[in-house]
Ligand binder design. Structure first.
Ligand code: GLU
Length: 492
C-alpha cells in the first residue's frame, strides 16, 4: 500500500471534561482524513503537568469512541509514529530545543519570576503589550555556560526576528499576515525539562508526518511561531486550517452560560452519535442543497475543508433537538427499543414489563415525539399501573377540563365514557373502539373534545400524550376503566 499522504491529528490536552467544541474539531479532522484515504491520529498533549485532571484521558477515549471517532493511530491503537502521549516524548523535545540553541534560533533565559513580573507591570503601565525583552538573548556564550554549570534555573526561549512579517495561507481563512514585532519570544522548554505546547506540537507534527493541522481558531496566533520553528529546523510545515469560533445562539463565544458543553453530557442525555456528527458538521459548513439531514456518505461526498465559513459557527441547541428527533424517527422500532434501553426505567415488578410486544407497542406510541432518549420515562411511563397510581395521588384535576369547558362538563363526560366503555361489547381494539366511540359521541350530541380530552387526560394524567384510542387499545378494558372510574366522580 502506498503511504497515505493525508495525516491529521486531534491533539487534546487532558485537562478536563472533553468539550463539545473539541469533539467538533475531531469530527472535521476525521472527516478530512476519511475523505482523502488518510490517517486520523490521536495525540495526547499532556506536557502541562500542573493542569492534568484524573480521568480526563479516559473521558477523551470514551468520548471519541461514543461519537464514532475512533482514531487510526493513538495511545490505545498504537502505530508506527508513537509514543502518542507527549510527555513520553520529552527527550526528543529536549534534543530539538538544544539544537535550536546551537543554531541561534533559541536561547537560554535565566530571568527570575520577579524580573519578568516587573517587566510585565512596566509594559502594561506604559500601555504596551507585555512581551519578553530579549534580555538573555544578549548574554555571552561564556556567561551562559558559566550559569548552566552553576545549575541556575533556566528555560529555553525561541529567538524570533525582531521585525518583519510572516505570511500564512490558511486552508479556511486564506492569507493571514503576522508582524514579528507583535510577537513574544515564547518559552519552548521549561525549567522542569518539559516542553511547552509550541515546541512539542511542532516537533511531534513533524515526526508524526502530519500533513494538515485542523484546529480551533484560538491557535491561529500560534501559526507564526510554529512556522518559525518548522523553518528553523529546515522542515516543510504542514498546511494549517483554523476552524471558526464556536458561538452560542446569541453569537457570543460558546460557554457554559449557553447550556451544557461537556461532550459526554450529550451521550448521557440520549442524543444519537450519528445525529451529533451530522449536527457538528453543519456548524461552520453548509451542504449545497437545503437538505441538512445527511448520511455520512453524503457528507464525505460534499464536504470541502476550504468551504468552511471562517466567520463563526453557531451551536444551535434547538436545531440539535430537531435533528436528533429526525434520527430517532428513522430508527426501526426494534433498534429504538435497544437504544432506549439504558434510559428507560421500567418500574420494578411491573407486570406489563413481562410482555415485550406490549412494551414495543407502548414505545411505538411515542416514537414520533422523542427528541432525546432520556425523555422516555416522562413520555410513556404513565402506561405502567404503578406509575399512574403514584402520579394520580397528586394529580391536579383541573387538567381534566378542556379549553372552554367546565368542571361539571368534564365530570359528566368522564362518567359518560365509563358507562360507554363498560358496555362496549366488540373486540377491544383500536379500529373498533375508534369507529364506535366517535359514532356514539356524535349520536349523544357531544363534541369530540368534550369527551376525548378528559378521557385522554384521565388515562395519562398529562396534557400532552399519544392518541386516546391508541391508549385505550394498549391499556385494555379493565385498566382503562379502572383509571377513568377512579377520576370520575359519580354522577347525580
Ligand atoms: N493541545 C491543544 C488543545 O488542547 C491542541 C492545539 C493544536 O491542535 O495544535 O487544544
Amino acid at each position: 500500500m502506498p503511504k497515505p499522504t493525508v495525516r491529521v491529528r486531534f491533539a487534546p490536552s487532558p485537562t478536563g471534561d472533553p468539550h463539545i467544541g473539541s469533539i467538533w474539531v475531531a469530527v472535521f479532522n476525521r472527516m478530512f482524513a476519511k475523505q482523502h484515504g488518510g490517517v486520523f491520529v490521536l495525540r495526547l498533549e499532556d506536557t502541562d503537568q500542573n493542569r492534568l485532571v484524573p480521568d480526563a484521558v479516559q473521558n477523551i477515549y470514551d468520548a471519541l469512541a461514543w461519537y464514532g471517532l475512533t482514531p487510526d493511530e493513538g495511545p490505545e491503537q498504537g502505530g508506527s509514529f508513537g509514543p502518542y502521549v507527549q510527555s513520553q516524548r520529552r527527550e526528543l523535545h529536549q534534543r530539538h530545543a538544544r539544537q535550536l540553541v546551537e543554531q541561534g534560533s533559541a536561547y537560554y533565559c535565566f530571568c527570575s519570576v520577579a524580573r519578568l513580573d516587573q517587566l510585565r507591570a512596566a509594559q502594561l503601565a506604559a500601555k504596551h503589550a507585555p512581551r519578553y525583552d530579549k534580555h538573555c538573548a544578549k548574554l555571552s556564550f561564556d556567561e551562559v555556560q558559566r550559569r548552566l554549570a552553576a545549575h541556575e534555573p533556566t528555560v529555553i526561549r525561541m529567538n524570533l526576528p525582531a521585525a518583519g512579517a510572516v505570511e500564512h495561507d490558511d486552508v479556511i481563512r486564506g492569507r493571514v499576515t503576522f508582524q514579528y514585532d507583535q510577537l513574544d519570544d515564547s518559552v519552548l522548554l521549561k525549567s522542569d525539562g518539559f516542553p511547552t505546547y509550541h515546541l512539542a506540537a511542532v516537533v511531534d507534527d513533524h515526526w508524526m508526518e502530519i500533513s494538515h493541522v485542523i484546529r480551533a481558531e484560538e491557535w491561529l496566533p500560534s501559526v507564526p511561531k510554529h512556522l518559525f520553528l518548522h523553518r528553523a529546523f529546515g522542515w516543510q510545515p504542514p498546511q494549517y486550517a483554523h476552524l471558526p469560533q464556536l458561538l452560542g445562539a446569541d453569537r457570543k463565544k460558546l460557554s457554559k452560560r449557553h447550556g451544557a458543553t461537556s461532550a459526554l453530557w450529550f451521550r448521557d442525555q440520549g442524543y444519537l452519535p450519528e445525529a451529533m456528527r451530522n449536527f457538528l458538521v453543519l456548524m461552520g459548513w453548509h451542504p449545497k442543497g437545503d437538505d441538512e439531514v445527511l448520511s455520512e456518505a453524503e457528507i464525505l461526498k460534499q464536504f470541502r475543508l476550504g468551504g468552511v465559513n471562517p466567520s463563526g459557527a453557531i451551536f444551535d441547541q434547538t436545531k440539535l433537538d430537531w435533528l436528533n428527533g429526525v434520527y430517532i424517527r428513522q430508527l426501526p422500532l426494534e433498534k429504538l427499543l435497544e437504544r432506549v434501553g439504558p434510559f428507560w426505567h421500567i418500574p420494578e415488578g411491573a407486570d406489563e414489563a413481562q410482555d415485550q410486544t406490549w412494551l414495543r407497542q407502548a414505545l411505538s406510541l411515542v416514537h414520533d415525539r422523542i427528541k432525546r432518549l432520556s425523555e422516555i420515562d416522562d413520555l410513556i411511563n404513565f402506561v405502567f399501573t404503578a406509575v399512574w397510581d403514584r402520579e394520580a395521588a397528586t394529580f391536579d384535576r383541573s387538567l381534566l377540563v378542556p379549553k372552554q369547558g367546565t368542571v361539571e362538563g368534564a365530570r359528566a363526560a368522564l362518567n359518560w365514557s365509563v358507562d360507554w366503555l363498560a358496555v362496549f361489547s366488540q373486540p377491544w381494539e383500536l379500529k373498533a373502539l375508534k369507529t364506535a366511540m366517535l359514532e356514539a359521541i356524535a349520536a349523544a350530541g357531544k363534541k369530540n373534545v368534550e369527551v376525548l380530552w378528559p378521557l385522554r387526560v384521565a388515562l395519562t394524567l398529562r396534557r400532552a400524550s399519544p392518541d386516546v384510542f391508541d391508549l385505550l387499545a394498549l391499556l385494555g378494558k379493565s385498566e382503562s376503566l379502572r383509571r377513568v372510574t377512579s377520576l370520575a366522580v359519580p354522577g347525580p
